[in-house]
Design a protein around this ligand. Structure first.
Ligand SMILES: *Cc1c(COP(=O)(O)O)cnc(C)c1O
Length: 666
């Protein structure tokens, strides 16, 4: 890039591509790839609002890569790892132009090429056979490039007027489809591996440029591997001391010993146009999130000037609408044979207003302790509208209602035996008694395991001990917000298969199927009825005895229903537009900061208008004296923001509310 910046049209002594070619292979779109039999994995710019980036991660099962414009890619399987990697990559490469790309599972292969003034001199294909922990090639096999690939490649090289080496990095998925990860304007590190197999591409390049014929290279093998070799060091060229590790650095300062990161920084400063090479994917977006009108309406109803901050704000019409919509959907999906119903997960937010909304909208109440059962009964639920779940369902002792509950799901075989004994003694009664299954293949500490013949045998024996006068049922719960939406549906299918086996082996009919909660609000409310209707049909077909399908939304209902108001205490401006602002809220009021973004509004002190915060270089730091108390990163405070202004963190009505704690208040 640097050389191309100096010689935009190329230079006779420079065996490297010119600016025009570099622009057309810029990551991530690699515009020049059209014509090659490859696809580019789906990606988004990190200029999008955090809210949308989180949705992208969920959609792609958290199998995503955060990539910079030049080198480096980080897998970010969780929200906090994404936020940390974004900070690190932006700093190391001196650019905010990063992107998130969906992972493609498969085997990695590459094509290396050499070209001179648009003529393809040779190309060769390599499959990685062994890799380093960073995914770099350690061993590989070399093969000729197939004509279906080679012919369009030749056309592409001509069109780009390419000079120099090049590498197309790809993944071949299980169906044989090729995915282009990137095209690098240089020979890859395994270049010598190919010469071992008879393809000396650098020699052909020099031959074309110099007109001096290269010596013919001999193929010694079609595979190569690296070895590590220790060599003596000459006394007159002693080793330098080991670079001093920076305090707290996570390897990044050491990872590019060639000084490339310093070069990137200097190039950006000396020639800001160079960064133009890097695709601007923002399309003018400022990273400000979309907010439902009801948020603005409900927040607008508060006299924020009078609010003691930090303070949770209940969003009345928002909460009402969420429960209404869920109840309407349940009605639409229900039929005479199978009823579809929701159970509100009390632990997610035990606020009485939400429990009452659940009651008024035909929900069941889902409790994981007897105190929660108590709370549901106090708000007005009948015992036969309560589902009791979880490993701690006997706590606190002595509070189990004597009346018939709607459903009880046993979390372990010990729990099942205790329930059986209690029911025999008349200490507990339930219309449905079932088991919670431990999800196979997705790690979970809950439920009865079934993934070995022996544990499955124990489960089948235990089910045989359940009383015949209660209907039988199965429950599973795994948060799709963590494992991703597609993977959740995959789990659902696999659970149906396990349920069929359980029915066959125990002779008991499953009458209630409870699919748990764990839905991110947008995934639950935005999904069309179709997806759920198909799921109902799948249940009917696989388990014809099921009379009721239950889901247990917690955060899908509660999370949007509250916001936290905070005040800015102080604004500190640093060089290069970096801003640090301290607020009177903290992670004690937003304990979910590591798991999900929050859409943030600022109330303009002059007009009272609510303005969403977009993308920028401001970090909002909580009031606590704790290093990790950063409530938002990479946001921009609107012009004119001053100390004393109120910020509203939306999406805080789920576990932020229920798990918030008292800290630093004397
Ligand atoms: C916590 C919990 C839920 C609700 O989970 P959310 O992530 O809040 O939707 C549902 N069912 C059971 C058994 C739970 O433990």
């Amino acid at each position: 890039m640097w050389l191309a910046g100096i010689f935009p049209q190329g230079h006779p002594n420079l065996l490297a591509p010119a600016m025009g070619a570099l622009k057309r292979i810029a990551k991530p779109a690699v515009e020049a790839h059209h014509g090659l039999p490859v696809k580019v994995p789906t990606f988004v710019s990190t200029d999008l609002p955090d809210w949308d980036l989180h949705a992208f991660c969920r959609e792609h099962n958290w199998r995503v890569w955060l990539k910079g414009p030049y080198y480096d890619a980080a897998r970010t399987p969780t929200w906090d790892s994404f936020v940390a990697a974004r900070d690190a990559l932006a700093k190391v490469w001196s650019t905010d132009r990063l992107f998130l790309q969906a992972h493609v599972t498969g085997y990695e292969e590459s094509v290396m090429l050499a070209a001179y003034r648009g003529e393809l001199l040779d190309c060769v294909s390599m499959r990685k056979r062994d890799i380093t922990p960073e995914g770099k090639t350690w061993a590989g096999d070399i093969a000729p490039v197939q004509p279906e690939f080679g012919e369009p490649l030749r056309a592409m090289v001509r069109e780009l007027d390419w000079t120099g080496g090049g590498e197309l990095e790809m993944v071949r998925d299980a169906s044989g489809e090729l995915w282009l990860l990137e095209m690098n304007p240089r020979f890859p590190a395994w270049v010598h591996g190919a010469t071992i197999a008879g393809h000396n591409l650098p020699a052909l390049l020099v031959e074309a440029a110099a007109g001096v014929p290269a010596r013919k290279s001999q193929a010694q093998a079609s595979e190569f591997t690296r070895v590590v070799l220790e060599v003596p060091v000459r006394e007159d060229y002693p080793l330098p001391p080991l670079a001093e590790p920076l305090a707290g650095a996570v390897g990044h300062s050491m990872k590019h010993p060639s000084g490339l990161t310093s070069l990137a920084e200097r190039l950006h400063k000396s020639n800001p146009e160079l960064i133009e090479l890097v695709e601007d994917m923002s399309e003018g977006a400022d990273g400000a999130p979309q907010l439902p009108d009801s948020f603005l309406h409900d927040i607008g109803g508060y006299d924020l000037a009078a609010v003691q901050t930090p303070q949770f704000l209940y969003l009345d019409s928002t909460a009402g609408t969420l429960f209404e919509r869920a109840s309407q959907r349940a009605r639409r999906l229900s039929s005479n044979e199978v009823q579809v119903v929701s159970g509100y997960s009390i632990k997610t937010n035990p606020d009485e207003r939400l429990i009452r909304l659940a009651l008024d909208n035909g929900f069941l109440a889902e409790a994981i302790s007897l105190l929660e059962v108590q709370k549901a009964l106090e708000v007005g639920f009948r015992p036969d509208q309560v589902i009791l779940n979880g490993p701690g369902k006997w706590w606190p002792e002595g509070m189990m209602p004597k009346e018939r509950l709607h459903a009880v799901f046993c979390d372990s075989i010990a729990d099942l035996d205790r329930c059986v004994a209690a029911m025999a003694a008349g200490e507990m009664s339930s219309r449905h008694v079932g088991i919670r299954l431990r999800t196979p293949n997705v790690v979970s500490r809950f439920g009865i395991p079934l993934d070995s013949p022996m544990t499955f045998g124990k489960l089948v024996d235990a089910v045989a001990r359940l009383p015949e006068d209660s209907a039988f049922g199965v429950h599973f719960h795994m948060a799709s917000s963590n494992i991703g939406v597609a993977q959740w549906w995959h789990l659902f299918e696999s659970m149906l298969k396990w349920c069929e086996s359980i029915e066959r082996l125990t002779g008991r009919t499953i009458e209630i199927l409870d699919m748990g909660g764990g839905w991110f609000p947008d995934d639950w409310h935005a999904a069309d009825d179709d997806r759920f209707a198909r799921a109902v049909e799948r249940v009917k077909a696989a388990l014809p005895g099921v009379r009721q399908i239950v889901s247990e939304p917690g955060k899908a209902m509660a999370q949007p229903s509250m916001a936290v108001a905070m005040r800015i205490l102080e604004i500190q401006e640093h060089e290069d537009d970096y801003v640090e602002a301290v607020v009177d809220g903290s992670i004690a009021e937003l304990p979910m900061f590591a798991f999900q973004p929050h859409r943030i509004l600022r109330q303009c002190a002059d007009t009272g208008a609510l303005q969403p915060l977009g993308r920028g270089k401001t970090h909002l730091m909580g009031r606590l004296c704790m290093e990790h108390d950063i409530v938002a990163s990479n946001v921009a405070l609107p012009d004119g923001t001053r100390a004393g202004d109120v910020l509203i963190f939306c999406d805080a009505g789920g576990y932020d509310r229920s798990m918030s704690y008292v800290f630093g208040r004397g």
